[in-house]
Structure formats: C-alpha cells, structure tokens
Ligand binder design. Structure first.
Ligand code: DX5
Ligand code: ZN
Length: 222
C-alpha cells in the first residue's frame, strides 16, 4: 500500500479556507491534517470547532485530527460530530490512554496516539494492538515550520519492528518538518503517513509539491 500524504491546514490561508480546502481536494493528498491546540498542552492556540466545521463543509477527504490539548476525553464525541475521521491524542496528555482509545473507536473514529520527541516508542508496548495510528512528532508540537529532529528515524524503525513482532496493524505517521528532501527516507524507514504543513502551503505550486511527496514511495523502493 502506498503511503498517505496529509497536508496540515495549520499552514493554510485562513482568509481563504474554502479555496485551500478545495485545492487539497483536487490534489493527490489522502487526508486533511487538522491541528487543535489549547494553549495549555502546547504554547500556542490554533483553532477550534467552527473552523474545523468550515473545512469539513468543503473537504472531500477524511479529516485526521491531531489534538494537542489536555484532557481530550471531554471532547471525543464533539470532534466526531464536527467531522473527525481519525482522532489522535497525545500520550503525554492521557492518564487512562487505553480507555481514551476505546472511547474514540466507540465513537466511530480511528484512534491515534501522538508521541512527543522525548517520549520513547516502547511506552506503547502494552497497547500496540489497541492503536490505529501512531503519530511520531518530529518537532516539539505547537508550531508549523520547525526543523525536523533526526532521532525520529530511529523511532520509526523501532515502531516498525514492534508492529511486526506484535502483529499489530497501526499506521505510522510523521508530523513536523517533513520536506521533499526527507520524505523518501521516512517512507523507507517505515512511515505510512506524512504530514506536511509549510512544505505544502509555502511552496509555489502546492499541488505539485503534494505530488512530489506522494511519489517518493515508489522511488525509494525501486
Ligand atoms: C505541529 C503540528 C504539525 C505542523 C506541521 O505542532 O502538529 O502538524 O502543522 O507543520 P510543518 O510541516 O510546517 O512542520
Ligand atoms: Zn499535527
């Protein structure tokens, strides 16, 4: 299966959200990545339900929602109602992660767990088969446009091995600092979903850039 590309709407032009959403519809992108920040878990506030619903109104592809918020259990059903298809919570924000993941699935969404750069992948050992997606943060969450942390490669390789050995089937997503230069190596290391914000939206031709991010899979395995 070819890897997915999920442009992060955090880097879209918020004064032209319909235009940018329709541009992603026309592109080869697979998911919309939606970053929700509460100003507590991360030192930034992004946007909430009204903006997310506006994207959903025009989006023809699934919404991959990344919650950078404390106590995400409070809003699981509300995110479902606002159009989330994948809901990812942070390992560091969940006291009862197993319960949270099952509540997400029960609401009809895929359940993801995001790991901050300092969080070891092996902290997931005992819930691997409960997870639909592991989001490996390759920057400290909170802002777009930061540079990629190289240690991520090792984490992706380790996760890939853990998946194989446990018989689990979660997708591995990389979020932060993904570029046309490192995308190929990330897919080769085991990444299934590449999130890209500034690489897509700050480029001259976002549709072409997305096509470039999609192509690396074949190239690297050829
Ligand atoms: C960071 C967010 C990312 C961010 C990625 O906290 O979770 O999704 O938008 O942006 P780039 O691709 O610009 O690093
Ligand atoms: Zn994100």
């Amino acid at each position: 299966m070819s890897h997915y590309v999920a442009p992060s709407m955090l880097s879209a032009d918020f004064a032209n959200l319909q235009r940018d959403t329709e541009m992603i519809n026309r592109s080869e992108a697979d998911w919309f990545h939606i970053d929700i920040m509460d100003g507590v878990f991360v030192p930034n506030i992004s946007f909430g339900f009204p903006v997310m619903k506006s994207i959903k109104k025009y989006a023809s592809k699934p919404l991959d929602v990344h919650l950078m918020i404390v106590d995400p259990d409070r809003y699981i059903q509300t995110f479902r109602d606002a159009g989330a298809d994948v809901l990812t919570v942070h390992y560091e924000a969940c006291t009862h992660l197993h319960r949270t993941l099952h509540a997400i699935k029960q609401s009809g969404m895929l359940a993801g767990v995001a790991l901050n750069p300092h969080t070891p992948v092996h902290f997931l050992d005992d819930i691997l088969t409960d997870i639909d997606l592991v989001c490996v943060m390759s920057v400290n969450p909170g802002f777009g446009g930061q540079s990629f942390i190289d240690n991520t490669f090792r984490k992706v390789q380790d996760l890939s091995t853990m998946r194989q050995q446990s018989g689990a089937s979660f997708r591995i997503e990389i979020d932060g600092g993904v570029t046309l230069e490192n995308s190929s190596a990330l897919v080769a290391a085991g990444a299934d979903v590449l999130v890209a914000g500034s690489t897509v939206f700050k480029s001259q031709d976002p549709i072409q850039t997305i096509a470039g991010l999609k192509k690396v899979h074949n190239t690297s395995l050829a």
